[in-house]
Structures are given as structure tokens and as C-alpha cells.
Write a protein that binds this ligand. Sequence first.
Ligand SMILES: O=C(O)CCC(=O)C(=O)O
Length: 338
Amino acid sequence: MDIKVLSSGVRHSNLPESYVRPESERPRLSEVSDCENLPIIDLSLQDRQLVAQQIGDACKNYGFFQVTNHGVSTEAVEKMMCVAREFFELPVEEKMKLYSDDPSKTMRLSTSFNVNKETVHNWRDYLRLHCYPLDKYVPEWPSNPSSFKEIVRNYCIEVRQLGYRLQELIAESLGLEKDYIKDVLGEQGQHMAVNFYPPCPEPELTYGLPGHTDPNALTILLQDLQVSGLQVLKDGKWVAVKPHPNAFVINIGDQLQALSNGIYKSVWHRAITNVDKPRLSVASFLCPSDDALISPPKPLTEDGSAAVYRDFTYTEYYKKFWSRNLDEEHCLELFKNQ
Ligand SMILES: O=C(O)CCC(=O)C(=O)O
């Protein structure tokens, strides 16, 4: 069998040539400092206006923030991490039954990012699932580990609620009606990437995931508490986001940057690798319905501010995003009004 995934149980002592980035593209880890002040927002605060304001400030200044007291149960989170770990510990023969490098598949195990298109690979395996509507997609999810479907289903339900709650607060923070964003985005899709970054012999030479922005609306990331790896571009410099207990990392995707008329930022981020320990992360993406029309809300342009981007549908955007390489220019640049 041709073993394509990295999580094969074999520990690599050298980084294979196909993962080595040219000198100018390497992560330069010694220049990365810890991000000490990524906002941590307590969603249980009674003062809703204050929470919305904190979220608005974070979306403007960082594009990223963390939330605590977010309503997703500790049990759902712990079980999710546990079953994800169990999945990647399965024998490689078992995992390979789910392998595909076809990005149009709604359930697949894969590796790197887009293996058939990219020239240099990334030190990551990932399980990609569509998660909404659940009844449509759960049947095709892995049935090994045997608890996988039930655990991930429950986690998805709770995370979706959190996503809606955040979209309401984000709308309010922009001075819009609470339901504005949810209404524009329509029946939102939900996808999940369960990322597994095996120990890497030479983290200086490669990435788990190179710098990219997310093409969707909102991302809810569960990070491994033991091993860090997420880095965010802040004022032109990469900073490391240390995992915070009981928190999710939230980031604005390209669609919310466009919907906020560029006020909120869909920020570049990347995942780096680690010599000693494997790292797991679980990214949940809320995506506009295919025919959602992304256009700046009237209240954000009626003061005479020009619309920064032309109107587009999510389908149009998504096609463009996948026709490019992950680390090219910001895809939204291609939709800018002249
Ligand atoms: O693993 C991480 O921390 C980042 C994951 C990520 O950016 C993604 O799945 O798009």
C-alpha cells in the first residue's frame, strides 16, 4: 500500500525534500514572539453592550479573539479532543480507507493542504467533514472509533450555537440588528477540519499550514492545550497564540470582512510544527449558504463610505479561493472595487 498520510506510526528522522520550503518562505521561528494580549472575552458577562464592544474592538484590531464561558460544555470539548486523538492513533490501514485528495469530497482524510496542486507539502494530516445538516452527513463520517459519530455530532450542535451567538454579537458591534448577519448568510453550512500535526524533525523548514485567511464567515478553533502552534499576523509580525484553558479561538473569515465593509479583518494565520509532540486542533467553519449575496449593509455605507468590495455570491468566492494556492495574496483583493 502506498502510504500517503504522515500519521503512519513511523517517526521521521529527516524532513523529506518535498516538505522543505525555499529559504525565503521559511517560518523564521526565532523572530516570533508570544502574543500576550490577544483579547479574551468572557461571554457570561451580563453587560451585553460591553461584550459586543469588546468583540468589535478585537475584530478591528486583531481579527482574532478568544472566548471563555462560551456555553460549549467541557464534556463535549474533552470528548471531541479525545476521539480526535483516538482517530489519528488508528492503524494506518484503517485510516487509509477514508483517504482522498479530492477537495470536493464531503468526508475525507487527507494530508498537507491540496496535494495535487501544491509544489511544497505541509506537515499535517486532516480529517475534513461536512457537518450541516447533520442527518445528511453523519452517516458518511468515520465509524471507527465507534463513539466518533455521536461525540462529534454533539460537539457540532453546541459549536453551531456558539457561532450563532457570536454572529449576533458581531452584528450588534457593527450597529446592525442582532439577526442581520445570520439573515444575510442564510442556511449556513458547517465544516470541520480535525488537524493532526505529527512531531516534525525540522520545524524551521516547513509548516503545518502556511499563512492563509479563512474563506468562510467565522471560524471556531479548539486548540490542543499541551502543544501550541497557532500563529497570527499582527502589524506585519507573526505572533504565537498560546492555548488558553477552556477557551475557543475565534477568527473572522473573509465573508465577515466583506460584510463589515472591511472594518473587521480576516487575518493571516498559520500553524507551525513541533519536534517532540504531536499537536491536534479542531477547526469548525461556519459558511454562508451558496447563494448568499455578500454586500455591505446599508448602515455601513449610508454615511458616504464607499463599498470596498463588489457584491458577490459565496459560490463565486469559494470557486475563486480554491483555484488559487493557499498562501497567495488575500483572495478578497480580487473582489475589491477600483
Ligand atoms: O491548527 C491550527 O491552529 C490552525 C488551523 C487552521 O488554521 C485551519 O484549519 O484552517
